[in-house]
Design a protein around this ligand. Structure first.
Ligand SMILES: *[C@@H]1O[C@H](CO)[C@@H](O)[C@H](O)[C@H]1NC(C)=O
Ligand SMILES: *[C@@H]1O[C@H](CO)[C@@H](O)[C@H](O)[C@H]1NC(C)=O
Ligand SMILES: *[C@@H]1O[C@H](CO)[C@@H](O)[C@H](O)[C@H]1NC(C)=O
Ligand SMILES: *[C@@H]1O[C@H](CO)[C@@H](O)[C@H](O)[C@H]1NC(C)=O
Ligand SMILES: *[C@@H]1O[C@H](CO)[C@@H](O)[C@H](O)[C@H]1NC(C)=O
Ligand SMILES: *[C@@H]1O[C@H](CO)[C@@H](O)[C@H](O)[C@H]1NC(C)=O
Ligand SMILES: *[C@@H]1O[C@H](CO)[C@@H](O)[C@H](O)[C@H]1NC(C)=O
Ligand SMILES: *[C@@H]1O[C@H](CO)[C@@H](O)[C@H](O)[C@H]1NC(C)=O
Ligand SMILES: *[C@@H]1O[C@H](CO)[C@@H](O)[C@H](O)[C@H]1NC(C)=O
Ligand SMILES: *[C@@H]1O[C@H](CO)[C@@H](O)[C@H](O)[C@H]1NC(C)=O
Length: 449
């Protein structure tokens, strides 16, 4: 065969293998260790077997088809690998059974990992299909979803994947960092949606809270105010009886963006947004958290305020003084601040001071009503002697600010931003309101905090 004929033959072979790239497995048609599934449509994702650098195990993972640096964004059997490297596992399988159970087995058909179908699914003709979104979906003849990868994120959020709680399916979608770059098994660092009060995302390192997003204010998380400067993505936050979740979409499929949780940050947990820069052929870090000293959870203790542009960074809320002046002087701020002048709620003389540019306090125990407006919120908080602060819950849409969040007790994990952030109204005794009475002006009050 002449060399140009050989080339043509190879090209045809390449084309035919490309056109035969499949996206589906069915009973008796498993995916082999030396083969891959490719998502249809734009063909953005590849699902196949891989061995992380430095590992001697084989996993089923998902990576980008067009990004030349292999970047694994999802792992099926992260804690249950097939022993041995992928080169020696060509006969391992990912298969779907007649009852819609997805499983990974070694060359001897010993099952190392399996995902049972949701109750009610499994009515024959089960298939597992890789969608163009990267979601691996197991469904039965009647189209019931028996299991889907997007209900089980690994350490990475890709467009359309959610972090949060789906109360309908019971799926609790969290990000869990890999144990190490060579071991995808779940490490101690987890990003979780706390659905109580006004929902917010926490990063945990074991039992320690590493970072708090703050509640969704209708546009962004109050602790991630630079979201307003993002281009090319949009965000969805759902807070309903069925679901509380956060997800993002890209505006254009040429934008490749992912959010990852890594255990290597200085704080022992690092959330990073990456975008692929086609021109540079590299990932660019777009955003990360925690970012500064004031992102550490409860840096200044109860009723303390953390201001990264102030020295020292911790101050007490106006009308409050350090609980332990000795400890505070040594910059041990854990004890926080106590009210200097007692409230006088019974006589109705208490008022509220505006604190601008706030990341509102921890909302885990806050009371939220998305329908009430700010004036009604102020009245409710004034009347309720255990209400210590209030703020708008929703800053999106015309005519703008609405919704009511009310805090009781100490205000925890409060910080300010130089330019971004929300208005927070803090209950003070009449004597501490000073020039802020009866209505507090931003220009007058900001300096006190
Ligand atoms: C994978 O290996 C099997 C047998 O070991 C072989 O029949 C098959 O063609 C291989 N598939 C690919 C895509 O290389
Ligand atoms: C890797 O795993 C294979 C199969 O379990 C084993 O035979 C081999 O000794 C291991 N190699 C190393 C370097 O651990
Ligand atoms: C498969 O079975 C054979 C024979 O029992 C055994 O020698 C081999 O180690 C097994 N391989 C794996 C991957 O378990
Ligand atoms: C979701 O899982 C996390 C950690 O695994 C847990 O802390 C949290 O309470 C769960 N959420 C719900 C609503 O069950
Ligand atoms: C976590 O970050 C470190 C340092 O940047 C990096 O080397 C490592 O690959 C990351 N881990 C994972 C699982 O991506
Ligand atoms: C976000 O962008 C996606 C893709 O462009 C679009 O389908 C969706 O409607 C947008 N959502 C919002 C809330 O703008
Ligand atoms: C998406 O971005 C590419 C590259 O910037 C551009 O050529 C294309 O027109 C964009 N598509 C849409 C629908 O905006
Ligand atoms: C109201 O104020 C008066 C005078 O300061 C004080 O004596 C009284 O205890 C207050 N009443 C309540 C219910 O706080
Ligand atoms: C926030 O306000 C927008 C615009 O009015 C509205 O569409 C959205 O449903 C509100 N969110 C909540 C949680 O009430
Ligand atoms: C008063 O406020 C506290 C703290 O926000 C809250 O727990 C309580 O339910 C409120 N009581 C009434 C009657 O609204």
């Amino acid at each position: 065969m002449a060399s140009h004929q050989l080339l043509l033959f190879q090209l045809l072979l390449l084309l035919s293998s490309a056109s035969h790239a499949r996206d589906t497995i069915s009973p008796g048609q498993p995916l082999r260790g030396n083969d891959t599934l490719v998502s249809p449509g734009a063909g953005s994702y590849v699902l196949g077997f891989f061995t992380p650098p430095g590992s001697n195990n084989t996993y089923v993972g998902l990576w980008y088809a067009k990004v030349p640096v292999r970047t694994v964004v999802w792992v099926a059997n992260r804690a249950d690998p097939v022993p041995g490297p992928v080169e020696r596992n060509a006969r391992a399988t990912l298969s779907v059974s007649a009852d819609c159970t997805l499983s990974v087995a070694d060359a001897n058909s010993t099952v190392v990992w399996s995902a049972p179908p949701a109750p009610g699914a499994g009515a024959g003709r089960c298939t597992a299909r890789l969608l163009d979104s990267g979601n691996l979906v197991v469904s039965d003849a009647s189209g019931h979803v028996a299991w889907q990868g997007f209900d089980h994120p690994t350490d990475t959020l890709i467009p359309g994947m959610r972090v949060g709680m789906d109360f309908g399916t019971g799926a609790n979608m969290t990000l869990t960092a890999w144990t190490s770059p060579s071991d995808p098994s779940p490490g101690p660092v987890v990003a979780v949606m706390d659905t109580t009060g006004d929902p917010e995302v926490f990063i945990w390192n074991g039992a320690e809270k590493v970072w708090r997003s703050g509640p969704w204010d209708g546009l962004q998380f109050t602790g991630v105010p630079d979201t307003a400067t993002y281009m090319g993505f949009n965000f969805s936050f759902v807070n309903s009886a069925k679901e509380v979740s956060y997800s993002f979409q890209v505006a254009n499929s040429s934008i490749v963006s992912r959010l990852t949780l890594n255990s290597t940050g200085a704080a022992g947990g690092l959330l990073q947004r990456w975008t692929w820069v086609w021109a540079a052929g590299a990932w660019n870090m777009y955003w990360y958290a925690p970012k500064d000293q004031c992102d550490a959870v409860n840096q200044c203790g109860p009723n303390g305020v953390c201001d990264p542009n102030s020295l020292p960074v911790c101050e007490c809320l106006r009308g409050f003084a350090p609980r332990s002046p000795e400890a505070w002087a040594l910059r041990d701020n854990r004890g926080g601040c106590a009210r200097a002048t007692p409230l006088d709620c019974g006589n109705g003389t208490d008022g509220f001071a505006l604190m601008a540019h706030a990341k509102v306090p921890d909302t885990t125990a806050a009371v939220v009503d998305y329908r009430a407006g700010l004036a009604e919120c102020a009245q409710r908080c004034q009347r309720n002697c255990s209400c210590t602060a209030y703020a708008n819950a929703n800053l999106s849409g015309a005519p703008g600010h609405r919704g009511c969040v009310m805090w009781g007790g100490a205000l925890e994990d409060l910080r300010v931003f130089p330019n971004f952030g929300q208005d927070l109204y803090v209950r003070l005794a009449a004597a501490d309101l000073g020039t802020c009475r009866p209505t507090c002006l931003r220009s007058v009050c900001t300096q006190f905090f």
